[in-house]
Design a protein around this ligand. Sequence first.
Ligand SMILES: *Cc1c(COP(=O)(O)O)cnc(C)c1O
Length: 361
Amino acid sequence: MSALAFTHLPHPNKVADEVRAAAIADPVFGRVFTDHMVSIRYAEDKGWHDAQVMPRGPLTLDPATAVLHYAQEIFEGLKAYRLDDGSMALFRVDANAARFNASARRMAMAELPEELFIAAVKEAVAADAAWFPPVDGGALYLRPFMYASEVFLGVKPASEYHFLVIVSPSGNYFKSGAPAISLWVSEHYTRAAPGGTGAAKCGGNYASSLIAQQEAIAKGHDQVVFLDAAENRWIEELGGMNMFFVFDDGSIVTPPLTGTILPGITRDAIITLAKDAGLTVREEPYAIDQWQADAESGRLTESFACGTAAVVTPVGKVTRGDIAFAIGAGGPGQVTGMLKDRLVDIQRGRAADPHGWVTRL
Ligand SMILES: *Cc1c(COP(=O)(O)O)cnc(C)c1O
């Protein structure tokens, strides 16, 4: 299965050099795409087949394609980084491959052999290396995803799937580097419930979180914080980033993976790097009231969110209904900065890679 060979289709009309250069000079996240995509098909009777690196283009879907009705769809997000020596590398791609299959299992979809996921990602980077953006914090953002492609309206797991990888040149997620963001606590909408799909990276989780994100923006904030669905009390995560809390005694806390939180690979790396730096890390529930009390007493000194797209983002302010509280001095804190630097230095090949996270391409 891992020996599935990729067919490389010729590209009849690649984007012209000067058009590409302009597009990658200052790319807005998720708006610029490259020349190619990787495509692999699955059918119950054939298994995985038809692996192709092909010109990027629209998909033609029958209106009865299962994903359009029952939302069997999962995705991943990872970056190819440029190392200081000019070569490119992936960060923990094996963890993305494993998480993709965990998501597939939860959504009753076909699993993709991890070697095939990794091979597809490498093919995508190789095909579009010319699109690497020459900007500070630049990367090729890779979006592997899979949808139920069977044409059938019955309510059951599909028997056909389509896996693709598309590539988007990206600069810094936040234009001004990493400003401290303002968070809005969602008290009406929850993201995930016990037994639900919160730990799966599926489009449906985002579909249900958008209204809360829209509310946050309308109220003048950057991102929404979700609380647990059962008690509306425990901090879970943002719409697409995990949360960390830093205390004045050298400890940090992050909510535990109980099935309602997306197991972020950045989250996992931060936990490891924090321990390496001698911090005490506790994966334990943290209540919204406690966050406010600790921020006000000064026991909590920093908070940050993390994920592949925005890396590590300090939180400056939190608003819940008509109550607002500031975090630390309202700007990027020392521990946040230290952990971010350690992470980015490994991703960019500037620091040793003691945990074997970097795959050089
Ligand atoms: C992808 C994602 C994250 C971050 O995961 P990383 O692997 O660190 O990029 C956090 N929360 C949600 C809901 C996500 O979808």
